[in-house]
Design a protein around this ligand. Structure first.
Ligand SMILES: [Zn+2]
Length: 270
């Protein structure tokens, strides 16, 4: 029996960026098109909330509401936050179920990029366990220590020094029955994907940034946001087999059509 009763998607606003970040074909010069037109796309920022027997589990916390003021200019130029309202604050998303930040039992970070860890500091005072792959925390801190602020931002991680971090380092970490955290790598050295099996028997994979756009799954390739293609492709192939064998649904957290396909909190996915 699974412990997962309900699954909700949280709306943390919208980013934009050059299509080349996501798909290699977009904007790349070719023999017959030497000066291609660049593509600019808009993507939602989302998170997942699970209502389970072990409490509420939150997967990713979106972007900092003050990202324009606190993040480096370069990252905000490349990935501008184009829509963010008070409603997109994690506290206000949780309020839709009459929950407060201290009601969360566990936070799982897909990875530590600024649009996934941006509001984790909201939970620091409640001492909530923050689960992250060891390689991800190591690499993020290494980058910041070397002064390479890009998708990892000091504004997000400095306030989390001494937070209740729990590092994991297994290919699959089962938090509880029906809640599995898979190491996927690929996009970042310690990226993980969340798999959930509900009481009703549905299986979901929440991709974090392993997949940004559905088209990446079709072409089995990714743009500039790729650290390790071998890791990335291996996990994509596994995802496709799980999708076929378990009729699993792959929920792509930055899918531009996400909100056409799935309801937002307070409505559950099922
Ligand atoms: Zn990312």
């Amino acid at each position: 029996m699974s412990v997962v009763r309900r699954v909700y998607l949280l709306d943390y606003g919208w980013l934009a960026g050059d299509g080349g970040w996501f798909l290699p074909g977009w904007g790349a010069a070719t023999y017959s098109e030497k000066e291609p037109k660049r593509v600019w796309i808009e993507i939602p920022i989302s998170g997942v909330l699970l209502d389970t027997d072990i409490g509420y589990v939150l997967f990713d916390t979106g972007i900092a509401p003050d990202a324009w003021e606190t993040h480096t200019r370069a990252v905000m130029e490349a990935f501008p936050l184009i829509r963010f309202e008070d409603d997109n604050r994690v506290e206000n998303q949780l309020r839709k179920l009459d929950l407060k930040p201290e009601d969360i039992a566990f936070i799982i970070q897909s990875h530590l990029h600024f649009d996934h860890v941006g509001q984790t500091a909201v939970f620091k005072d409640s001492n909530i366990p923050i689960i992250v792959h060891k390689k991800e925390l190591q690499f993020a801190l290494l980058m910041l220590w070397m002064g390479k602020e890009g998708a990892y931002q000091s504004a997000n991680l400095d306030p989390l020094r001494g937070a209740n971090w729990h590092i994991i380092d297994l290919p699959v970490f089962e938090l509880a029955e029906g809640i599995k955290i898979y190491f996927s790598g690929g996009h970042t050295p310690g990226h993980v994907v969340l798999s959930v099996k509900t009481k009703n028997g549905s299986t979901y994979f929440f991709t974090g940034d392993h997949i940004h756009l559905p088209r990446e799954l079709e072409v089995e390739s990714k743009g500039w946001l790729l650290a390790d293609y071998d890791e990335w492709l291996t996990f994509v192939k596994q995802l496709k087999i799980w999708e076929r064998a378990n009729r699993a649904k792959i929920v792509i957290c930055h899918d531009p059509d996400l909100w056409k396909k799935y309801p937002k909190i307070p409505k559950p996915l099922e």
